[in-house]
Structures are given as C-alpha cells and as structure tokens.
Design a protein around this ligand. Structure first.
Ligand code: C2E
Ligand code: MG
Ligand code: MG
Ligand code: MG
Length: 281
C-alpha cells in the first residue's frame, strides 16, 4: 500500500490493527448465523466439593467451531457477541441447551450457566428461563446462573430486580470471576448469591506464593462465610493448588486437576451412579 513507502512507523503496527478490525468484522458476521448453522456446542466442566471430592455439578461452557477458522476461543467471541448485541439470542440458546442436557443426567447434580449483563436487561429473560425449566422438567434448584460484577455496573438496580425474580423461581446464583471487576460489596449483600467464584488469577498467584493473593482469598472466604455463601476456587490445576485452596477455606473447586470441560456424553457418563455403572459393565 502507498503508506508502506512512507517510512517505518506504519510498518510496525498498522497491518496488525487492520487485521484485528478485519478479523472482528469477519467473526461478527459469522457469529450472526453460528447458532442457526449449528456451529455452537457446549462443554461441561466438573465442579467438585473441596473436602470430599464429590461431583456437585458442571459449568456449561460455550464452544464455537467456525467452518473455516476452526475453534474460536470464547474469551474472544463472547465479548464480540456482547458488543454486537448478539449475546441475547446466543445466550438463550445456551440456557435451553444446558437445561435440556442437565435434565437427562442420572444424578441430580447442578448445571451452571454463564449469563452476560445484557441478557438481564431483556424483559423476557426471566420467562425464557422459566419456560426452559418447565419444558425440560429440570427442578429450578438444579440450575445455577453465573453473573459477574459487571451486571451491577450499568443500571445495577435493574439487575438486582431481575436477579430477585430468578431467586424467587428457586434458581441459584453465583458471582463469577470475583475480584477481577468492579466490586461493590453493597450489591453482594443485597443479592442472595449461593456462591462466590474466586477467579483463577488469584488461585494462580497464591500458588506462586503471592502473599496478597493469599490474603485476598482468605478475605473472600471470610466474607462469603459471614454472608452464608459458598466459595468456589476456579482454575485449580494441581494437587498442591487443591490442598492450598482447601486450607484457605474454599468449599468447592473447579479446574483442570478435576477435569477439563467435557463433551456432553462424557459429562453424562460422570452422572451415572457407580453401582449401576458396575452392574452394566
Ligand atoms: P468463566 O465463566 O470464568 O469460565 C472458566 C474458564 O476457565 C473457562 O474458559 C474454562 O475452560 C477455564 N478453566 C477452567 N479450569 C481451568 C484451569 O484449571 N486452568 C485454566 N487455564 N483454565 C481453566 P473458557 O471455556 O475459555 O471460557 C472463557 C470465558 O468465556 C468464561 O469464563 C466466561 O466468562 C465466558 N463464557 C463461556 N461460555 C459462556 C456462555 O455460555 N455465556 C457467556 N455469557 N459467557 C461464556
Ligand atoms: Mg463462569
Ligand atoms: Mg469464572
Ligand atoms: Mg474466571
């Protein structure tokens, strides 16, 4: 291009910026039809009790396989879907699919579904959730919705009211990625979360011996305890990390050490009671 002749500065970064914008545009267009084209699926990551190691549920995690580009990370396409206002319909698909899947599990473990802030501002959100539960027969107490501190940022009172209705249906709430965003302890005390999820970044830093991260995990556990909430440590990758977060008082754990996000059939297999699995073998 003509600018290339001009000098070194543009060489350094303009092509990259251009690529990023182009990639964004391509992904955004493809995202519009991703659900309709059957390119989305869910994986299910085990969540276990920190003391007994018993399975308590799974977190549903969205996966997108673009026909040409292959798998695209949710860390990339979820924010894009949020910006492009596509997270509403995609999130609705996630809810229905996760709820329908959990209804088929053979032990009554929970399914946790991530919900973006914008979804809570859709006036139909509560009825969509209620309808999905009714259609599948999944009892509301087996559904957990994960929201981040971000839901309280814009029109926080709207979010609190919607979450109140969700709680009235008997659904559980957890506060995801706690400590990474805009934290308001006020909202934390006003909304009945069942569990606070301690972000992986704290677990990782604490396992490297960072005193501050250890202090923060302790403080979150104390706060959760006093509010009657559980604490889930995210991103536990080793036995040492498991022992550490358990020692710090976390009640539930999730991470590669206990299981990667699994295809639906593998998650299902983990819900088959041991005795009947043995009988079938
Ligand atoms: P999240 O809700 O905090 O989910 C946990 C993320 O940590 C997942 O990444 C999971 O695969 C990853 N993870 C779990 N254990 C470990 C571990 O031991 N080590 C490491 N390095 N990573 C671990 P994933 O699946 O890439 O999802 C990233 C984020 O995308 C999620 O973070 C969530 O914010 C968002 N997301 C995923 N699915 C959905 C969805 O259906 N709806 C919405 N709104 N957001 C979603
Ligand atoms: Mg989550
Ligand atoms: Mg999380
Ligand atoms: Mg996280």
């Amino acid at each position: 291009r003509s600018k290339d002749a001009g000098g070194g500065v543009f060489h350094a970064y303009e092509p990259q910026l251009h690529l990023a914008a182009e990639e964004r545009r391509v992904l955004e267009i493809a995202l519009r039809n991703a659900v309709g084209n059957d390119e989305m699926h869910l994986q299910y990551q085990p969540v276990v009790d920190a003391d007994s190691g018993k399975l308590t549920g799974f977190e549903a995690l969205l996966r997108w396989t673009h026909p040409e580009l292959g798998p695209v990370s949710p860390a990339k396409f979820v924010p894009l879907a949020e910006d492009a206002r596509l997270i509403g319909p995609i999130g609705e698909w996630v809810l229905r699919a996760a709820i329908a899947e959990a209804a088929r599990w053979e032990t009554p473990v929970r399914v946790a579904v991530n919900v973006s802030p914008e979804q809570l501002h859709n006036p139909n959100f509560v009825s969509v959730v209620a309808q999905a539960l009714n259609q599948s027969g999944l009892p509301p107490e087996r559904l957990e919705l994960e929201v981040t501190e971000g839901v309280f940022m814009r029109q926080g009172t709207v979010a609190v009211q919607v979450l109140e209705k969700i709680l009235d249906l008997g659904i559980r709430l957890s506060l995801d990625d706690f400590g990474t965003g805009y934290s308001s302890l006020g909202y934390l005390s006003r909304t009945r979360f069942s569990s606070i999820k301690v972000d992986r970044s704290f677990v990782q830093a604490a396992s490297r011996g960072a005193k501050e991260a250890i202090a923060i995990i302790r403080a979150v556990v104390a706060l959760a305890d006093s509010l009657g909430m559980a604490t889930t440590a995210e991103g536990v990758e080793t036995e040492e990390e498991h022992l550490m977060v358990r020692r710090l008082g976390c009640t539930k754990v999730q991470g590669y050490y206990f299981g990667r996000p699994l295809p639906a059939h593998e998650a299902h297999a983990l819900t088959v009671p041991k005795t009947s699995a043995a009988a079938a073998a």
